[in-house]
Design a protein around this ligand. Structure first.
Ligand code: B12
Ligand code: SF4
Length: 496
């Protein structure tokens, strides 16, 4: 049989079934689309959606060319469980690992439940791999792989060039049950809407030192799709799936002003202004001639309602450390302009960057407070705890501070992941011990305080959250962060 299994494991052990449009497995869909075009039969098994995922997988064993696992770091434990089950049920089925984690740690291939790692973008690699297995050829001839050889150790095949974005076909959303993902919560409208994420570019032209786009390889340069083709695809998806909103899932949709201009013209030409768009942006674009009040109005007329920003830190020193190439003033200017035009804005912040002090973190909290007060339509992600990825300068600094990273795939599999990732606040060795308690406190309190409008909580919790918020506001205004007793009380009750 020419079937290829493409599997999305859970993100953490206590996975609760339930997804939204943000969870469309875009990477696997893209692989499935090219595999099916090449004459293979891809089967996407999403363990986040399909409670009987193991039965689904078994149905296709042993007659499958390979089982592909798509793995972010928190997915490793579950990926290993699935791989073990597959090996048990069908010992000859090759287990191929792809996605961010094996790309960052290609030596994962030495684990007995990993026969090959596909590094980086996988479309061409997956098709070549399926063909090689189908023909019975040696996998060393397939570019983009890392293999384990008994005699030679870890073997890298030829480098795989990046995909040509205009040669990639439109993602075929019929290859999964799109209805399971299509509804998502609109922060703007506070109701469920029909949404699909559409990738319009890959990579990013900026060089933030903490970001995966900078870390994975400098080669992963910014590549856009043909704008007319993108618009045709959007028009098609709107018709096919009766969409109300489209997420332009680029890392930085506004990197090229000319491209955005052409996109807006295309929206008008195709009468798509009734569709709402959600896109990523950067605060330094808010200047005359790039994004000013009149351009924001035009964006609004063309359906843009929600912009997502990585502001990251309220401390100029930290912005410098992460090479964000923005200033705090630019961020506040953007927030003011967005508020005056009634835009919904989502603000991402991070904390516990190597080199960050308590003063820096407090500056971040104060900047968030300023933005919060500007408009009810601001939503905050974080400040999230910084996670070091191999390859970056900040990673080296974390290692020097004693970062105790799991040594191999098996050790990653033993990690206890939560929705928050893999490093607990106690393990943040690159920040001062006395600041770790503050990080832990902020990690809990910030979403409760800054996103109050969006939180639904049961009544007892609501009262408790009210008390926490009042105390946090007091701390923020007095600059007093010692002895957060309210946090200890919360921790005591939540651990019972
Ligand atoms: C969209 C997205 C999501 C979506 C959908 C994820 C999905 N299953 O597709 C959602 C919102 C669900 C998500 C969730 C999370 N995400 Co996320 N996400 C992204 C984002 C922004 C884009 C991913 C994407 O669609 N890329 C486009 C597609 C085409 O690329 P791709 O998925 O990488 O797949 C390609 C290759 O990797 C490869 N490939 C992938 N799988 C396989 C398998 C095989 C067999 C082969 C051959 C090839 C292959 O081929 C694909 C096509 O080229 C990335 C950032 C980034 N730049 O990658 C972060 C990112 C992947 N996410 C990340 C993280 C950490 C998470 C969370 C775990 C966050 C958390 N709380 O800790 C959560 C998990 C949910 C939870 N609460 O527990 C990190 C991963 C870091 C790491 N070390 O693993 C990233 C890199 C963000 C970051 N900057 O840190 N995420
Ligand atoms: S602008 Fe965003 S996506 Fe681009 S490198 Fe910086 S953090 Fe990463």
């Amino acid at each position: 049989m020419n079937t290829v299994l493409l599997i999305n494991p859970h993100y953490h052990r206590n996975w609760q079934y339930g997804v939204d449009a943000y969870s469309f497995p875009i990477g696997l869909l893209s692989l499935a689309t090219v595999l099916s075009r090449a004459g293979f039969q891809p089967v996407i098994v999403d363990a986040c959606v399909d409670e009987n995922f193991m039965d689904t997988i078994r149905r296709y064993l042993p007659d499958t060319l390979f089982a592909g696992l798509s793995v972010m770091t928190p997915q490793v434990p579950h990926a290993l469980e699935i791989a073990a089950e597959i090996r048990n049920a069908s010992p000859d089925t090759p287990l191929v690992w792809g996605g961010i984690h094996p790309t960052l740690y290609p030596e994962s291939v030495t684990h007995p439940l990993c026969d090959a790692v596909a590094v980086g973008e996988g479309e061409d690699t997956a098709v070549d791999l399926a063909r090689a297995i189908w023909d019975g050829r040696d996998l060393e001839g397939v570019a983009g792989l890392v293999l384990a050889d008994a005699g030679r150790g870890v073997v890298r095949t030829a480098a795989r060039p990046l995909c040509d974005m205009d040669a990639l076909p439109w993602i075929d959303y019929r290859l999964i049950d799109a209805e399971k993902y299509i509804y998502t919560w609109s922060l703007q409208e506070l109701r469920m809407v029909r949404v699909i994420p559409v990738p319009a570019a890959r990579g990013c032209p900026w060089h933030c030192t903490f970001c995966i786009n900078t870390t994975i390889n400098a080669e992963r340069r910014y590549r856009t799709r043909d704008t007319a083709d993108l618009l045709d695809e959007i028009a098609h998806l709107v018709r096919e799936y009766n969409l109300e909103m489209v997420i332009l899932s680029d890392e930085e949709f506004f990197a090229d002003r000319g491209r955005v201009e052409a996109f807006l013209e295309g929206i008008e030409a195709r009468n798509l202004q009734h569709i709402r768009f959600n896109a990523t942006c950067r605060v330094n674009h808010f200047r005359r001639g790039y994004i000013d009040a009149s351009f924001l109005k035009r964006l609004r007329q063309c359906g843009f309602v929600n912009l997502v920003f990585g502001f990251e830190s309220g401390s100029p020193d930290c912005l410098e450390i992460i090479r964000k190439e923005i200033t705090v003033e630019q961020g506040l200017h953007a927030a003011r302009l967005l508020a005056s035009e009634n835009f919904m804005a989502v603000w991402g912040f991070i904390m516990a960057i190597p080199g960050e002090t308590r003063r820096d973190l407090v500056k971040t909290l104060r900047v968030m407070e300023k933005i919060r007060k500007l408009s009810r339509d601001n939503y905050f992600i974080g400040p999230q705890i910084f996670r070091p990825y191999p390859g970056s300068e900040l990673y080296r600094r974390a290692l020097e501070s004693g970062l105790d990273e799991p040594e191999d795939l098996a050790a990653w599999g033993r990690q206890e992941f939560t929705g928050e990732g893999w490093i607990g606040s106690g393990e943040l060795l690159w920040i001062r011990p006395e600041d770790r308690a503050l990080v832990e406190y902020v990690n809990y309190i910030a979403p409760v305080y800054y996103n109050r409008r969006y939180l639904g909580a049961r009544s007892v919790k609501r009262v408790f959250h009210g008390v926490l918020r009042t105390l946090f506001r007091l701390r923020l205004s007095l600059g007093c962060w010692v002895f957060p007793v309210e946090h200890r009380i919360r921790r005591y009750f939540s651990s019972r």
